[in-house]
Design a protein around this ligand. Structure first.
Ligand code: PBG
Length: 326
């Protein structure tokens, strides 16, 4: 009548840590940092409590703050001084991210990743070059192959400025091959590439689009980002990126897509990254503010879940707060 197999024996305080299957440490985490060319002082991001847009002059200081918590890796996003149809400031030698990169890599030992996309830099807010008439007909979409050239220029200019890794996030077909080839041709064989391999067309990016001022002015991203309903397609995307030379494969968002993290972990021998996105951060903060959830605990549980599903590294706005505690 009574059980002989008792899993509860392994849950006492003494043995729990010994049999723990997943762990989280500061060295698993990447902290996003927003550098803003339009401001001289830090501007708090309302929908992402604790995060600011920082001026280029404070980029080094900001990265040092991250490193003090034990997190050594940062992914940089830029808010340019001006936007245009072709996102020119994304690949300008004196662009906001390029300027920040030069300073950060000269003055710190942090591992710096450059996000490679055009949506923060185009006046229409899409991740690439759009059809002439797209404004009147939002079913027309981003031109894939014309966008490739601009993403390549962006990645190479970030590598020239000192990026350790580039992370193409535009969901343009062929972007990994094009960027890898161009980096190698430019003598940047040692610059690593993390692809946003399975990036979904997700409403969980809402707060980020406020933070980086990158919401599409019309239409949406469903013609280039993945359909949240699709699982098999993520394997196809990841396979293409692995074949094209991605060193790390990322799944984004994180928590709503744990099945995808798990699939990629099983199918590929590359490191898997998960992006715990702005909406995942904002919703826990909002609930905690109401007293409905305990912030530290749910944040920790979220990230452990991503590790358990198979992520090796996690990009998260919780990086500093959690690392401080770990
Ligand atoms: C750029 C990019 C986005 C995010 C990271 N890189 C926005 C988007 O695709 O709309 C979102 C990150 C987040 O929500 O935390 N393409």
């Amino acid at each position: 009548m009574y059980p002989t197999d008792r899993p509860r024996r392994l849950r006492t305080d003494g043995i729990r840590p010994l049999v723990s299957e997943s762990s989280l440490s500061a060295s698993d985490l990447v902290a996003p940092v927003f550098v803003d060319a339009t401001t001289d002082e830090r501007v708090p991001i309302e929908s992402m409590p604790g995060h600011d847009r920082v001026p280029v002059d404070e980029a080094v200081e900001r990265v040092e703050e991250v490193r003090e918590t034990g997190v050594e890796a940062v992914i940089l996003f830029g808010i340019p001084e001006a936007k245009d149809a072709r996102g020119t400031r994304a690949y300008a030698d004196d662009g906001v991210v390029q300027r920040a990169l030069r300073r950060i890599t000269a003055e710190t030992d942090a591992y710096i990743i450059g996000d490679v996309c055009l949506c923060e830099y185009t006046d229409h807010g899409h991740c690439g070059v759009i059809e002439e008439s797209a404004e009147s007909d939002p079913t027309l979409t981003v031109r894939n192959d014309e966008t490739l050239d601009l993403l390549v220029e962006t990645a190479v200019s970030q590598a020239d400025a000192g990026a350790d890794m580039v992370a193409p996030s535009a969901m343009t077909d062929g972007q990994v091959r094009a960027i890898r080839g161009a980096l190698d041709d430019a003598g940047h064989e040692d610059v690593a590439l993390m692809s946003y391999a399975a990036k979904y067309e997700s409403a969980f990016y809402g707060p980020f689009r406020d933070a980086a001022d990158g919401a599409p002015a019309f239409g949406d991203r469903r013609h280039y980002q993945m359909d949240p309903a699709n699982r098999r397609e993520a394997l196809r995307e990841a396979r293409l990126d692995a074949e094209e030379g991605a060193d790390v494969l990322m799944v984004k968002p994180g928590l709503p897509y744990l099945d995808i993290v798990s699939d990629l972990r099983r199918e590929f021998d590359r490191p898997i990254a998960a992006y715990n996105v702005s909406g995942e951060y904002a919703m826990l903060h909002a609930a905690a503010e109401k007293g409905w959830l305990d912030l530290e605990t749910v944040a920790h549980e979220s990230l452990v879940s991503l590790k358990r599903a198979g992520a090796d590294l996690i990009v998260t706005y919780f990086a500093e707060d959690l690392a401080d505690r770990l």
